[in-house]
Design a binder for this molecule. Sequence first.
Ligand SMILES: [Zn+2]
Length: 364
Amino acid sequence: MRRDKVFRFVTVAFAVGAFIGLVCGLAFGGAGSGTPKADALTTDTSPDASTVSSEVASEPAEPMTADRARAIGANELGQVLVVMYHLIDTEEGEWTRTPENFRSDIALLKAEGYYPINIRDLASGNIDLPAGKSPVVITFDDSSPGQYRILDDGTLDPDSAVGILQAAVQGGGWAPRATFFCLLDVTPKERELFGQPDLQREKLNNLVDWGYEVGSHTISHLDLAKAATEDVVWQLAESQMTLQELIGGGYKVSSISVPFGNYPDDDSILASGEYKGSPYGYSAAVSIATRASASPFSTKFNALHIPRIRGSANYLTDAIQNFKDHPELRYISDGDPTTVSAPADLADDLGELNSDLGRPVVQY
Ligand SMILES: [Zn+2]
């Protein structure tokens, strides 16, 4: 299959080629609705909300000042790490992270002053984290079982990604935030909503209840650059609607990961459209790259083209090291999600402050 002409960057083409070959192996012809059967709706694993929310919102409201922003070293025009994971499984590989390595990735991020947010909050600029911390977005594609597994006794598998993330939350200094981009009708079947057909709805509800985000990865891992527009529109609309119906409670699916990192010719059909009279739309779309994302407050930010780095040893440690070598590029929170704080003298790579943020700006 020739895919190279649709990529913007040759390096990305290589990475994605490997992705296609090694990880996905998905069938793309599926056109059924893929609505899974789900009758289990237990809530036995509800989150400990008291330990989760206190960390973010405990600071007394106090207007941000230039002196405070300077003392914190706030730079909310800095870049943000968005990390992409696929399989979590026993054998480390190009697109597989072992539970042990994923656990150490999270421990490393925590130790280095990162704090998780969801992709929709990056896109909307709702970045709520303690002062002095840097946001990181952990994302998962393909909804494979190793990302979220429930054991035979009904407990959360501590070696699945969600088990590891929940343990990090329990350990303190971490919040239940990550974005899971799900598939609905694919081969292999175990990549439909994390496998375990009877538990799909329970898993989606748990994720949302705990604070994680559920996003679309289309219905069948469709290559949006190659498919007919009507198929693209159907998959964008149907995946959003099906996930929202499964989750219920008025949950809004607002983020999408474009399969293979491939965009349709006309990006605007991701943002909004109509299928058979019903509107659909996404406010965030993520792709594959080798760089950190611009801040949502920067002129360089494009919510429909949020770059992600791969969650494997060298990519992650290189990205963390790059921010150590260039601290002026790193997003540092002022601790107040309603105000944007940044140095007056910004590194050129960060772009410029967007003029229409609709919120107070503190420069120092
Ligand atoms: Zn995928």
